[in-house]
Design a protein around this ligand. Structure first.
Ligand code: PEP
Ligand code: MG
Length: 578
């Protein structure tokens, strides 16, 4: 019996899995290269191959959309855009003009663009080289008359690879896939996105030792901690089975009471709502017992298309999404483009530091028209809806005042045109920039609510680019500096008689929940799948007891100490979070 091997990677999607591995080979095709004098014929072959690839990608996209996996569909949409971009095909056409055969011309063009992307220090952009190569392989296989289908599993398996591409997984039988493990990649890699979309555990960044594991070896995957054990011994197997059993039971229990309120042992009721990115997520959120929406990311309406969505298109999309939450609050965030979210047709200027650049509310200066149109369509869709409009990236008081003025202007216009809109619309801001948290006492007078965006608040407080896996370990919402800003924001909201929620990932983090409850957070917003578990956790806690934990956490020296305190607090109460 081989010795157990324990590997530590980066947790990328929660959950547990036990199974034999299936190694995904990175197939390297041997590409023919020859002088091709009949340029027309080579051009024609390449056009047919790209046409076939486009058709295939559009079909995948539709198939996935039908299966309600919008984030995966977005990846194929991005692949389609790569193929539709003239730069790649015209470079290949130039090679063909120089009498290079279609296969070699195509591969040279793909490599040229992939290498350009790889040379950019931003890991998100560099990561797109994988997409370009993935699309490149698809077209190449068509040119060479090869099968373009993805992995076909014959038995339940844990997929292992250097990095997994959407093409690898598109035809995957989800009932046979147990989890994903990759040697490379960070928590925002495609593997992580796909795993979350499929509801599978994933660990990334496990290093080359992962690729040395023998084919078919047994592994235990913990997507919560990032620990992977290969060739487990009896003791490891028993411990894992117990963990799986209790996690399965806990999830079933949580689901069975998902529609009950989240009321603490000392009868404090908090709201548990969902972060959504579109109508598919809205349905899933509703099924999981979310009591409304704490963050509707509206970027999806603008991304992966070639023109600005019209007022009418937006109005219809909002109406459709709102229809799932009759009588429940829906917090809609105005457009948060910039940072790592680019919209090519908006012709944004290239920036050296996009996270510190023309992002979110800052668009008001230069493209007020975009925000006005969005506000107008939101107002029109708000009749009979508990709509709460929320503005991202607020750093200054004057930005709040400008947004309020714009909202009033659009209301006045609708009044004048006798077009109805809701009469109870709340106005709030995201607190995700440290200056907003520091100024929270003054900002609180201007708004109806705050929602704390810990993803950005953490990146800006600790100065850690949230897309950079080299420094990811430095960033943590448990850092007492971040906790201090969270507590300040909540207290300032309450002193002004306003409510405060949180829509950053931290709100769905089990160890953070008792600390946040102790701080007095009113609303917890998270990805729909987390809702039942977090509601169940809140029911086991007493707010008064949590307050003591909060005091200790705020006085701690670092994130590790805070996590230790929270772990001890939960285990002393017999609460295990898997
Ligand atoms: C946040 O910053 O915490 C947040 C919820 O917004 P996003 O992740 O969309 O930037
Ligand atoms: Mg943010």
């Amino acid at each position: 019996m081989p010795n157990p091997i324990s590997l530590q990677g980066i947790p990328a999607a929660p959950g547990l899995a036990k199974g034999h591995i299936y190694k995904v080979a990175t197939q390297s095709l041997s590409v023919p290269r020859y002088q091709a004098e009949d340029k027309q014929s080579e051009l024609g072959r390449l056009q047919v191959a790209t046409g076939e690839a486009k058709k295939e990608l559009a079909e995948f996209k539709q198939k996935i959309k039908d299966a309600n996996a919008s984030s995966e569909a977005e990846i194929f949409e991005a692949h389609l855009m790569i193929l539709e971009d003239d730069a790649l095909t015209s470079t290949a056409f130039e090679h063909i003009e120089n009498q290079v055969n279609a296969e070699a011309a195509w591969v040279d063009a793909v490599e040229f663009f992939a290498k350009q992307l790889e040379s950019i220090p931003d890991p998100t952009i560099a990561g797109r080289a994988l997409d370009v190569r993935d699309v490149g392989q698809r077209v190449l296989k068509h040119l060479m008359g090869m099968d373009t289908g993805g992995i076909e599993l014959s038995k339940p398996s844990v997929l292992v690879g250097r990095d997994l591409t959407p093409s690898d997984t598109v035809n995957l039988d989800k009932r046979l896939a147990l989890g994903f493990l990759t040697a490379q990649g960070g928590p925002t890699s495609h593997t992580a996105i796909l795993a979350k979309a499929f509801g599978l555990p994933a660990v990334v960044g496990l290093g080359d030792a992962l690729l040395d594991l023998p084919t078919d070896c047994l592994v235990l995957v913990d997507g919560n901690t990032g620990v992977v054990v290969a060739n487990p011994d009896e003791a490891a197997l028993t411990e894992f089975s117990l963990k799986q059993e209790s996690a399965g039971k806990a999830l079933q229990e949580a689901l069975s009471v998902a529609f009950e309120p989240a009321s603490t042992r000392d009868n404090v009721v908090v709201e548990v709502v969902a972060n959504i990115g579109g109508e598919d997520d809205a349905i899933f959120a509703h099924q999981n017992g979310a009591e409304g929406v704490g963050l509707f990311r509206t970027e999806f309406l603008y991304l992966h298309r070639n023109t600005m969505p019209t007022e009418e298109e937006q109005f219809e999309a909002y109406q459709r999404t709102f229809s799932h939450f009759r009588g429940q609050p829906v917090v809609v965030r105005t457009l948060d483009i910039g940072g790592d979210k680019e919209v090519p047709y908006m012709n944004f200027p290239k920036e050296l530091n996009p996270f510190l650049g023309w992002r979110g509310v800052r668009m008001l200066h230069g493209r007020e028209d975009i925000i006005s149109t969005q506000i107008r369509s939101l107002l029109r869709a708000s009749v009979g809806v508990d709509l709460r409009i929320m503005v991202p990236m607020i750093a200054l008081l004057e930005e709040v005042q400008e947004m309020k003025a714009l909202l009033q202007k659009e209301k006045n216009r609708l009044d004048f045109e006798k077009i109805p809109y809701g009469n109870k619309i709340q106005f709030g801001i995201m607190v995700e920039v440290p200056s907003a948290a520091i100024m929270a006492d003054r900002l609180a007078k201007e708004i109806d609510f705050f929602s704390i965006g810990t993803n950005d608040l953490t990146q800006y407080t600790i100065a850690v680019d949230r897309t950079n896996s080299h420094v990811a370990h430095l960033a943590s919402g448990f850092n007492p500096a971040v906790l201090f800003l969270i507590q300040r924001t909540i207290s300032c909201a309450h002193e002004a008689g306003k409510w405060c929620g949180m829509c950053g990932e931290f709100a769905g983090e089990p160890l953070a929940v008792p600390i946040l409850l102790g701080m007095g957070l009113d609303e917890f917003s998270m990805s729909p799948a987390r809702v039942p578990t977090i509601k169940q956790l809140i029911r086991k806690l007493s707010k008064a007891e949590c307050r003591q934990l909060t005091e200790q956490a705020l006085a701690a020296s670092d994130a590790l100490e805070v996590k230790g305190l929270a772990n001890k607090f939960l285990s002393e109460r017999g609460i295990s979070m898997g």
